[in-house]
Design a protein around this ligand. Structure first.
Ligand code: ADP
Length: 546
């Protein structure tokens, strides 16, 4: 990059690109003995070292290059969290390609749309997911499909074996000269409204995000630590954990397709995991398993869980504290790489009364370095007083400025270059953000807003409640009123009236849900969040009928 001439002085620092090549080289060189542990499809454990990972990621880069990969070509993945996905996380970008992780939980039509929209050329897929590929293959344009035998079986005819691709490498791969602004990866938002939109990460944004994630004030990645991303590697790069862990030289532990509480707890205990992350629904299930059998698992000392994707109920934070596990809430979006804010207490906050400390930890936290945040109502920034609501807007070097081949209007980006998050928040004087709702989930009753997030978090604090989602239902008099959809803990009982009594001292009377529905499970999005649009459809009908 040419520096502007005529400056009074120029820095003497080198021009050195921030790319994933450096992270991979460093990993191979300094941490070759550190382990990468993955659960295979048959639940057996696969172990490799950073040394193996380094050789295999380079072999993949070489194989892809020989298969015809050119700069900027998309390499799609359809994979669970495991060693081969990690290899692809590095192998594709260091060859000049773009890693495009496809969300395997999406509907076939969406996967097809996304793969075609991104113009994916290559696909790396788990053998256990081939039935999915069979369905999308006729409608997509993958030139080569490499199958990872994670269940140990033979690769069926018509497909290429990922292991053979790696084995054919000569080991003389040379990295192309990559500029830090070149694309390294892409992810589509799941698009609860409209078509999914693609976000393209650069080498630079990925590296800067890894640095931020690794900070002690953020997720705190370090050598000697073992991290387990429960958040899928197809959901916003598993929140950047695989890159941050590699940067820091931490041990990687991957759950493969086994995301139930029992398997996760077993892996955490066995591999002495000290850092994990995922959406609240995962941890709600794990907390219940711990409460059912508190003596069964011996969890490692100092275990921290990063919880984000949707609001972490305060009861979840308190619940895990009883098991000496620390829940730390984070906020982010696919558009923000994703980690943008995190709720860690300052030293000065440690002296606050317990309830206040929990209230702070239940916020979405303070923006990380280089993430600028403002709260806006129309064109005005509102005061950071902890009570004025507005839309959260952010900008920074790892925040997207547009979507791939998808023009959008002023509802997504402001004229002065900020991303409109669609989240309604309040910011306090310490800069902590508290999310009230996504714009589309707010409940407008008699001209006033009711926060569905606040209500559901409080309902989940009731001892009989396992999960709760609150939605707006149309009301002729008030416009909208809250309806609570609740899943009770196994064997537990509670009525709507009892739950409202439990909420009575926490909210104004008109906030309390008018009605309760008790169901067996709240439908989930493809990333494990409560699927409120489905509940709205389901119960709007019922409301009209009654
Ligand atoms: P999707 O649109 O599929 O949910 P993202 O994972 O990008 O895709 O979701 C980003 C959104 O998730 C944010 O805009 C916000 O509404 C919500 N979110 C993320 N973290 C939190 C959190 N800690 N608390 C509440 N909401 C959150």
């Amino acid at each position: 990059m040419d520096l502007e001439k005529g400056l009074a002085m120029e820095s003497t620092m080198m021009h050195y690109p921030l790319t994933l090549v450096h992270l991979l080289e460093r990993a191979g060189r300094y941490f070759s003995k550190v382990e990468i542990v993955s659960r295979r499809a048959d639940r057996s454990i696969h172990r490799e070292t950073y040394g193996d990972f380094y050789r295999r990621a380079r072999a993949l880069a070489e194989g892809l290059t020989r298969a015809g990969l050119k700069r900027g070509d998309r390499v799609a993945t359809l994979m669970w969290n495991h060693y081969a996905h990690l290899e692809a996380y590095f192998g594709a970008p260091v060859a000049g390609g773009v890693l495009h992780s496809l969300n395997l939980r999406l509907h076939i039509d969406d996967i097809t749309y996304i793969a075609n929209h991104a113009e994916d050329r290559f696909l790396i897929v788990d053998d256990v997911l081939l039935p999915l590929v069979e369905q999308v293959k006729p409608h997509t344009h993958f030139e080569r499909i490499f199958v990872v035998p994670i269940s140990g079986g033979a690769v069926p005819g018509g497909y290429e074996n990922y292991e053979e691709l790696l084995a054919s490498a000569r080991g003389d791969f040379r990295y192309p000269e990559i500029d830090e602004y070149e694309p390294a990866g892409m992810c589509y938002t799941s698009g609860t409204t409209g078509r999914p939109r693609g976000v393209v990460y650069s080498h630079r944004s990925t590296v800067l995000h890894a640095y931020n994630a690794a900070l002690p004030g953020a997720m705190s990645f370090r050598q000697g630590q073992a991290m387990l991303p429960v958040v899928p590697m197809f959901h916003a790069n598993a929140w950047g954990m695989p890159y941050a862990a590699t940067l820091a030289g931490a041990k990687h532990v991957y759950p493969g397709p086994h995301l139930d509480a029992e398997n996760l707890l077993d892996l955490i205990e066995r591999e002495e995991v000290t850092l994990s992350a995922g959406v609240p629904t995962v941890w709600l299930a794990i907390l219940q398993a711990l409460e059912r059998e508190p003596k069964r698992w011996k969890l490692p000392d100092g275990l921290e869980l990063i919880v984000g994707g949707s609001a972490a109920p305060e009861s979840l934070i308190r619940g895990f504290d009883r098991h000496r596990v620390k829940v730390v809430q984070a906020w982010g979006m696919t558009e923000t790489s994703p980690l943008a804010s995190i709720a860690r207490l300052d030293r000065e906050m440690a002296a606050l009364p317990e309830d206040e400390r929990y209230a702070i930890r239940a916020k979405q936290g303070r923006p990380l370095p280089f993430v600028e945040a403002r709260v806006m109502v129309e064109d005005q920034e509102v005061p950071a007083d902890g009570k004025t609501m507005g839309e959260l807007q952010v900008r920074g070097p790892y925040v997207t400025a547009s979507y791939y081949n998808h023009p959008v209007g002023a509802d997504k980006f402001t004229a002065d270059g900020w991303l409109r998050t669609g989240d309604v928040v309040m910011m306090d004087a310490d800069g902590f953000i508290k999310i009230t709702d996504r714009t589309k989930d707010l409940i407008k009753s008699g001209g006033e807003w009711i926060s569905s997030v606040d209500l559901e978090n409080a309902i989940m604090g009731h001892p009989a409640v396992a999960e709760a989602a609150v939605i707006a239902i149309p009301n002729p008099k008030w416009d909208e009123r809250p309806l609570a959809v609740v899943v009770l803990k196994p064997g537990a009982r509670a009525t709507g009236e009892e739950i409202n009594k439990f909420l009575a001292d926490k909210f104004a009377k008109w906030w309390l849900p008018d009605a309760y529905e008790f169901i067996a499970q709240i439908p989930r999005t493809s990333t494990g969040k409560f699927l409120k649009s489905k509940l709205r459809e389901q119960f709007a009908e019922r409301n009209r009928a009654s």
